[in-house]
Design a protein around this ligand. Sequence first.
Ligand code: BGC
Length: 557
Amino acid sequence: MNSEWYMDAVIYALHVKTFFDGNGDGIGDFAGLTLKLDYLASLGVTCLWLLPFCESPLRDDGYDVAHYERVDPRYGSLADFRRFLDAAHARGLRVVTELVLNHTSDAHPWFQAARRAPAGSSKRNFYVWSDTDRRYAGARVIFRDAETSNWAWDPIARAYYWHRFFSHQPDLNFDNPRVRRAVIKVMRFWLDAGVDGLRLDAVSHLYEREGTSCDNLPETHEYLRELRRIVDGHYGDRVLIAEVNQSPAVTRSYFGEGDECHICFHFPLVPRILAALRRGEASGIADVVRTTADVPAGCQWAVFLRNHDDVSLSAETAAERDFLLASYAPDSRMRLNQGIRRRLAPLVGNDRRRIELAFALLFSLPGTPVIYYGDEIGMGDNVALPDRDGLRTPMQWTADATGGFTTGAVSPIVPPPIDDPEFGYQTVNVAAQSLGDGARDDASASRRASLGASIARMIHTRRKHRAFGRGTIEFLDVRNPHLLAFVRRTADESILVVANLSDAVQLVACDGLPPVERHLAPAAGEPAGTDANGSISMQPISCQWFEISSLRSLTPA
Ligand code: BGC
């Protein structure tokens, strides 16, 4: 058993509702997802992260759970889920699911019982109630485009209830021991069902205390240690993943001393990569990676470019937020809650070089990479749709009607497929991007022809080198602001990564360069060349991976 499998994993995030419809009712389902496992295996990913699929009114795409132990019947049954899980495991794919523990839907039976139970009773106290909406004023409103307060009035209970997200998502009251036990029961239900890990949604907001921001309280960490003890004691190699969208230091605290979460999402990296791509300068990436390089043994960042939410800019300085909004969200419809609700390809102007460069960095910086479904083929978004629906459209499989997502009509609960001239399924689809045999090293022109093939090749290359998942990182002083150069190193191998973020060729002098043993093919962009003096010339917007034998410092040309 490889108990630290997640260190070398490549994760692929998807929503079953929008991936593939197996029964023609216009809604993605587990039967459909099971049919697409071969695609995912050939892409090379090793772990699937399923966005929420439990019974839900779907007012927050399933993050409003109405029953924690039931699969939403629109996606199939628990038996269908189990069949999918077995099929994924049979292909060596791990599966991580959601534990949305901070809140439920207001349709959840716990809330329906709570609002009718006597004030002060344990049933009522499954949630957080108040006679006034003035308590906990230090907690920020997260969905500020939709909500003005973290309190909402319930006419049945005749009291206010606390909610950190939408008002239809009341927060569970973790001061109530019955709630803590109920969440543990849910966690064990899914671990017993065989999932390989759980993403703990919005886990920094579990407790409320007057005079604080109600985030990251010591009680939250204590509860996480309790969950971790159960995982370690009963579930071997399963993992807990923290979704904490805050500064590097705060996010890092969710590893604890190696006794809380195994994995934390690295939110601060995303804006740094976007800023670097826009400015053509690398220093922001190196700075944030340096400040987060040191994590307890057995812990790992999950790095990503895009996910199912907006690019959050809430932890940015005002100046940096303005720069990123002006650069990447010039149309106000691209903005949401201070963030940017766009997919990767449209963010970078559908520039193939920039997409590949972003992925090459994702696959070579420290952490386990997470790919958002469809980004590997360059899917677009639809800013006309509300909330985050525009980046949650159906996966584009073929040029046929609905992008091959369904043989029926797309259900109204599924955002319509993208069909604009640039990103529509007629142009951007899996069938048009044959992945080829990404497992092979050789980067022949045909194999590299499509974006999908190129991403698959990077994934397969990464998987052959444990230094990417487990190695230390040392940045090299190249004294050229456009170049990012670093070495990923384990006891057995060292890999030199050089990225050119600028629109011009940049030379890296060979003098002082660590002796290159083998070029692992261009990670992104055109191959590197050498000039008459033996300097490596990096093509504009490109990234190269080299195996090296020893480390000396690089000097610029
Ligand atoms: C999820 C969002 C969701 C929110 C409330 C977030 O962390 O990623 O999609 O809206 O939690 O559940």
